[in-house]
Design a protein around this ligand. Structure first.
Ligand SMILES: Cc1cc2nc3c(=O)[nH]c(=O)nc-3n(C[C@H](O)[C@H](O)[C@H](O)COP(=O)(O)OP(=O)(O)OC[C@H]3O[C@@H](n4cnc5c(N)ncnc54)[C@H](O)[C@@H]3O)c2cc1C
Ligand code: FES
Ligand code: FES
Length: 492
């Protein structure tokens, strides 16, 4: 029997229960906090996920027993690009709740005493991002001072225009984690979990004049909804969609959310290195899962966006968004990824290299969505590197990115060359002609020059604000050169 859908979403904010209907569920969380709740500690500056002023902490208890406690931590997320509806079932903590009356918590006190705040506009975001790191440390049973490097990494999603970062990092490294109370312990409890989990077992259907939101509990129902309502868009974590919505380019008006479908949270790694990541798997979860098995992926993901974005953004969203400069497609192309698609007529699989049909165009048909991505990690002994070239090292969109993999046979000849680039064509691409040139040959400076020349022929980059076509061609050739130098010690 079909479950009766809920007409509201349920979440907790600073330990207080909120049931929110269609009239406000399409709002961004930051607006809801500030306008509806008067919690003006959370600031809005860029409204694009770039500055971190709107950072809050979020815990999602997971679905059923299988997904329960995937991560017990309250994680930092940007509230300016996150709709209330997609946070259904979450417990949130904002800056307003950290102090106990007039008594600042140790993170706030440190920012004050180390002069980490001037105009103060960015300060709530810094405090919340650091509180997310503190929460992680408490969860891991670590009680000492924060490491400066780790604090800097936790703050890559926060911008300050007046204080300068030195004092902020000084503040981060000045207090003992053991002096901090866990926000999880303060604002989350068994009763809350029981209620959230009971709600998460039921679908949601919201409709107002401006906002339609459907969240089914099964994949079949999701596809049937998409087939009936082709104008509806799958909404994952909205780190792409929320930005275009806020810019007024394309509003989130009719959304299908997959957050109640348990199978989409699965992240499996087989003993032969085949990874399967469901549509709800976040980039932070993927990084954690691959850190030991494939450190190159973890290193590369450190250059992806900010912790706030990665804590919520999905791998599937990055692929389905079909941006030619998205960072994960070249890596996935080099790992022979296959897109697992679910639709009204059942499931099908499409190799990622055939998934992109043109600029921002995918092979998804009416009623279809991406259920998961499957890819194979490089085998032991294979040469593998992921590169990203952007103006800034942290929190920047790529000009060109690449995923490069080569095997060598016993005679030292190249086997299974997989070279993939982003930012070099209307879609992320594998360069089949150049791969063929390398195949079966022993690497040499001459072979590298031949492959570099072939790349120039095979790739047709566009010129845009991040780089001219000519610049991008030079970059692609140089990335191949770097790969040969780093992995084979060959210079052209
Ligand atoms: C500040 C900032 C920094 C960023 N930095 C980077 C970066 O360094 N590198 C990079 O590559 N990207 C970056 N991004 C872009 C974005 O974070 C990623 O593309 C992210 O992976 C999108 O995932 P999401 O879950 O938020 O997707 P959403 O925004 O929810 O969805 C993205 C698109 O995918 C579609 N979609 C989602 N799920 C499915 C599904 N299951 N089936 C079919 N279609 C689906 C949606 O309809 C939408 O068109 C950045 C974004 C911001 C705001
Ligand atoms: S306001 Fe800048 S990240 Fe949200
Ligand atoms: S203290 Fe003014 S923006 Fe950071």
């Amino acid at each position: 029997m079909a479950l009766k859908p809920r007409k509201t979403v349920l979440l907790y904010i600073n330990g207080v229960r909120h049931e929110i209907g269609a009239d406000r569920a399409g709002w961004m969380l930051a607006d809801y906090l500030r306008v509806s709740m008067g919690l003006t500690g959370t600031k809005i500056v860029c409204a694009e996920g770039d500055c971190g002023a709107c950072t809050v902490l979020r815990f999602f208890p997971g679905l059923g027993k299988k997904n329960a406690g995937r991560s017990r931590e309250f994680l930092s997320v940007n509230s300016c690009i996150t709709t209330i509806a997609q946070l259904d079932g979450s417990s949130l903590v904002t800056i307003d709740a950290l102090a106990k009356g007039d008594e600042l918590n140790p993170v706030q006190e440190a920012m004050k005493s180390c002069h980490g705040s001037q105009c103060g506009f960015c300060t709530p975001g810094f405090v919340m991002a650091l509180s997310g790191l503190v929460e992680k440390k408490i969860g891991a049973g670590v009680g000492g001072k924060l490491d400066r490097k780790e604090a800097q990494n936790a703050l890559t999603g926060n911008l300050c225009r007046c204080t300068g970062y030195q004092q902020i990092v000084d503040a981060a490294a000045s207090f003992e984690v053991r002096t901090c109370d866990s926000v999880g312990k303060r604002f989350y409890n068994g009763a809350q979990e029981k209620e959230l989990k009971a709600a998460l077992a039921k679908p949601v259907s919201l409709a107002s004049e401006e906002f339609i939101f459907f969240a089914p509990v099964g994949l079949g129902e999701a596809c049937r909804f998409l087939a009936r309502a082709p104008a509806a868009r799958p909404l994952a974590s909205a780190t792409d969609l929320g930005v275009v919505h806020n810019k007024g380019i394309r509003r989130i008006e009719k959304a299908l959310s997959l957050h109640l479908v348990p199978e989409l949270y699965a992240l499996k790694i087989s003993s032969s290195g085949v990874v399967s990541a469901g549509a709800r798997v976040t980039l932070a979860e993927l990084r954690r899962a691959l850190k030991e098995k494939c450190p190159e992926v973890a290193r590369f993901l450190d250059l992806f966006a900010s912790p706030q974005i990665k804590n919520i953004a999905t791998l599937v969203g990055n692929v389905a968004n079909a941006s030619p400069i998205a960072d994960t497609p070249p890596f996935l192309l080099a790992c022979n990824a296959v897109v697992k698609i679910a639709g009204p007529r059942g499931k099908r699989s499409v190799p990622l290299k055939e998934f992109y049909l043109g600029y921002r165009k995918t092979d998804l048909r009416k009623g279809e969505l991406v259920a998961s991505i499957e890819f194979t990690l490089p085998a032991a002994g294979e040469l593998f590197a992921l590169y990203k070239v952007s103006e800034r090292k942290d929190l920047d969109i790529s000009c060109v990115n690449a995923g490069l993999a080569l095997g060598l046979d016993k005679k030292g000849a190249i086997r299974g060359a997989r070279l993939a680039f982003g930012g070099m064509a209307a879609t992320p691409v594998r360069v089949a002609r150049t791969e063929k040139i390398l195949e079966g040959k022993v690497p040499s400076a001459e072979l590298l020059r031949e492959a570099q020349a072939s790349l120039q022929d095979e790739l047709t980059p566009l010129s845009d604000v991040r780089g001219s076509s000519a610049f991008r061609r030079v970059l692609a050739g140089n990335l191949l050169k770097r790969f040969f130098r780093e992995k084979l010690e060959i210079q052209s």
